[in-house]
Design a protein around this ligand. Structure first.
Ligand SMILES: Nc1ncnc2c1ncn2[C@@H]1O[C@H](COP(=O)(O)OP(=O)(O)OP(=O)(O)O)[C@@H](O)[C@H]1O
Ligand SMILES: [Mg+2]
Length: 384
């Protein structure tokens, strides 16, 4: 699933805006950290910039005209009074591919999904699904899409089976096909156990599964899943991931929003990271993680002074992010345990007592830190 995707990003042919336009016109580019905030190794700013350009180049390389594009967005904008919820968002998703739209709370993910699924008017730009313009042909669009929104669309008083019957009636599925389709979905998505219990008495995870399954009743060409696994236990999450992969393999174009890099990594052919309505990165999951290094060595020390000393001790040999005023360093580690031990020893030799450390996989927060020089807006960390 994770191969570099031919034809997915950044859209089709000559209408594609140049990658250098990422960032508002005339606004500073956001791939470099703001001065005075996050500590960066002397040459890191240029490294971040270079890595960013690598990814931009990858996008150019993978750009090709695709005649199988199902979901297309061109320069979408949406504001709510002074809040710029979505700004200049473009992408194209061919049949059988998954685009992951990532970002923290308030990044604009749901707003983008709502514009594409006819639930919110588009301020500026255009979108089409299966060739139907979203603004001009909303009824046609609704016939070819499935949406599992962030808030449940199912009826609490009905059972999952009754909800699916209602959806199949709403979607005008021929009566003689309804039963087989519903039973097939209940069986495939392992819903038998709770299919005849009122939704009000189903668990959060069971409801979430019903939401997603309800979006599949009409066998849509384009499927929109807004944070589909939030609230699911690990087993249900994994089952849902398998289901999404199976749907893509059958040719469904899928737009998935998530706050989890792991989820996007597992499912998406291509990822767009949004922050405050604007794209801050795009690329394959591999490309996004590559900029973070293989792993992150997270080190906690006991004071701001110790943090500065530790940063000084490893700054020549490592790319890191460390928020001024904090007691934490995150070092990108290519060489696994051996390099980690070397770095820890160097910090120890500098007289810093290490309170705690862990070697972990990069997270969305790490991607955000490297890209914007600021933590995700909801991480509770404020760069000074
Ligand atoms: N109907 C609305 N009226 C006013 N502001 C809105 C409305 N819908 C969204 N917003 C604002 O637009 C921005 C983007 O919201 P959106 O729901 O798209 O974010 P999100 O990325 O889906 O976040 P989350 O991860 O919390 O679901 C936020 O600042 C939000 O407060
Ligand atoms: Mg949302």
């Amino acid at each position: 699933m994770h191969s570099v995707l031919q034809g997915l990003w950044p859209g089709r042919g000559s209408r594609v805006r140049p990658p250098t336009s990422i960032g508002a016109q005339g606004a500073p580019r956001r791939d470099l950290p703001p001065s005075g905030g996050t500590y960066l190794k002397a040459n890191e700013a240029s490294q971040v910039s270079d890595r960013y350009m690598d990814i931009v180049s990858t996008n150019i390389d993978t750009m090709s005209t695709s005649n199988s594009t199902v979901i297309e967005a061109q320069g979408l904008y949406k504001s709510f009074e002074e809040i710029k919820a979505v700004q200049d968002l473009s992408f194209a998703i061919p049949a059988g591919k998954v685009l992951g739209l990532l970002g923290p709370n308030g990044a604009g993910k749901t707003t983008a999904v709502k514009m594409l699924t006819t639930l919110l008017p588009i301020d500026q730009g255009s979108a089409s699904i299966a060739g139907f313009d979203v603004a001009e042909r909303p009824e046609a669009v609704r016939r070819v899409i499935g949406l599992a929104g962030q808030s449940a669309a199912v009826d609490e008083k009905l059972t999952p089976r009754e909800n699916l019957e209602l959806f199949s009636w709403l979607y005008k599925i021929p009566r003689k096909e309804r039963r087989a389709r519903i039973e097939g979905l209940i069986d495939r998505f392992d819903m038998t156990e709770f299919a005849d219990r009122p939704v009000a008495k189903c668990s959060g995870g069971q409801r979430r599964r019903l939401d997603v399954v309800a979006a599949l009743v009409a066998q849509p060409q384009a499927l929109f899943l807004d944070e589909p696994t939030t609230g699911l236990d690990p087993r249900s999450r994994s089952e849902l991931w398998d289901a999404v992969q199976a749907l893509a393999a059958e040719g469904t174009a899928i737009l998935l929003t998530s706050q989890y890099l792991e989820e996007a990594d597992r499912l998406s052919d291509h990822v767009i990271v949004l922050d405050k309505g604007r794209e801050v990165a795009a690329g394959s999951p591999e490309a996004l993680k590559k900029r973070m290094g293989q792993d992150v060595l997270e080190i906690h020390v006991s004071s701001e002074d110790d943090r500065s000393t530790a940063v000084g001790a490893v700054t020549e040999s490592a790319v890191m992010t460390s928020v001024a005023g904090s007691q934490q360093l995150d070092i990108n580690v290519e060489g696994g345990a051996a390099q980690s031990l070397q770095l820890l020893r160097r910090i120890d030799d500098a007289g810093v007592s290490i309170v705690d450390f862990q070697l972990r996989r990069p997270t969305l927060d790490d991607v955000f830190l490297a890209l914007t020089g600021a933590p995700t807006s909801d991480s509770g960390v404020t760069p000074s």
